[in-house]
Design a protein around this ligand. Structure first.
Ligand SMILES: C[S@@+](CC[C@H](N)C(=O)[O-])C[C@H]1O[C@@H](n2cnc3c(N)ncnc32)[C@H](O)[C@@H]1O
Length: 205
């Protein structure tokens, strides 16, 4: 199944489960996946959902020591840099109304704090979370940030699960392994998708 199909099944699951909550994406690049999710939502979903997009809009941060692997050179600093105004224009051009989404700019280690986002998010809950930020060091702050907002039955998607040659001690897989041991949720694999993605159902313990 490709990513579009995965998003279809994720949103269908949320609809069928009557799971309320907004959609969060960490890592937008040009906005392709957030547009895909929005379009599917408008076609099949019964519930109102706002779309929140978090990105530096200047590409990947410098790679930390934990994000290096011998001769693996797939990711580098500044990769996927697209300005916030360009991404905003892409979303509008692709049919997302201005009031359907909010873009939040900054590197996650600086932007993802409750104090920075509380005015924007209030007590908004997360039903669909798409983590597409490639690196261990980027995924950790996203997961820590989203944990208190996850609803029972939320879908958590990782686009880069099998990057870093599929190693579980690298990339977002490592971030999830560490994080999932300390949060009050259990995780059920829902499906793998594309060549590198996986999604989980989050259940509150
Ligand atoms: C692979 S791209 C996302 C692709 C996108 N979802 C799509 O549909 O094409 C990864 C994105 O994550 C962002 N990113 C990665 N690490 C980040 C960090 N620590 N802080 C903010 N943005 C980050 C990059 O700027 C980039 O836009």
């Amino acid at each position: 199944m490709n990513r579009q199909d995965a998003m279809y099944h994720a949103l269908r699951f949320l609809k069928k489960s009557e799971t309320l909550g907004s959609c969060f994406e960490f890592g937008l690049y040009q906005g392709q996946s957030i547009v895909t999710a929005y379009k599917i939502h408008t076609q099949i979903d019964d519930f109102p959902r706002h779309f929140y997009g978090f990105d530096s809009f200047s590409g990947l941060p410098p790679l930390s020591k934990a994000d290096n692997l011998n001769d693996y050179g797939v990711f580098h600093e500044g990769q996927f840099s697209v300005s916030k105004s360009q991404v905003y224009a892409n979303l509008i051009k692709n049919g997302m109304p201005d009031n359907s989404f909010t873009l939040i700019e900054g590197f996650y280690n600086e932007s993802l704090y409750e104090e920075n986002t509380i005015e924007i998010l209030g007590d908004t809950k997360a039903a669909l979370v798409h983590i597409d930020c490639d690196l261990y060091s980027s995924a950790i702050p996203c997961l820590d940030f989203i944990a208190p907002r996850l609803v029972d039955g939320a879908i958590l998607m990782f686009d880069d699960w099998f990057c870093y040659r599929g190693r579980e001690d690298k990339g977002v897989r490592r971030a999830f392994n560490e994080w999932s041991n300390k949060v009050e949720y259990s995780f059920t694999e829902y499906s793998k998708y594309s060549w590198s993605g996986i999604m989980f159902i989050c259940s509150k313990k």
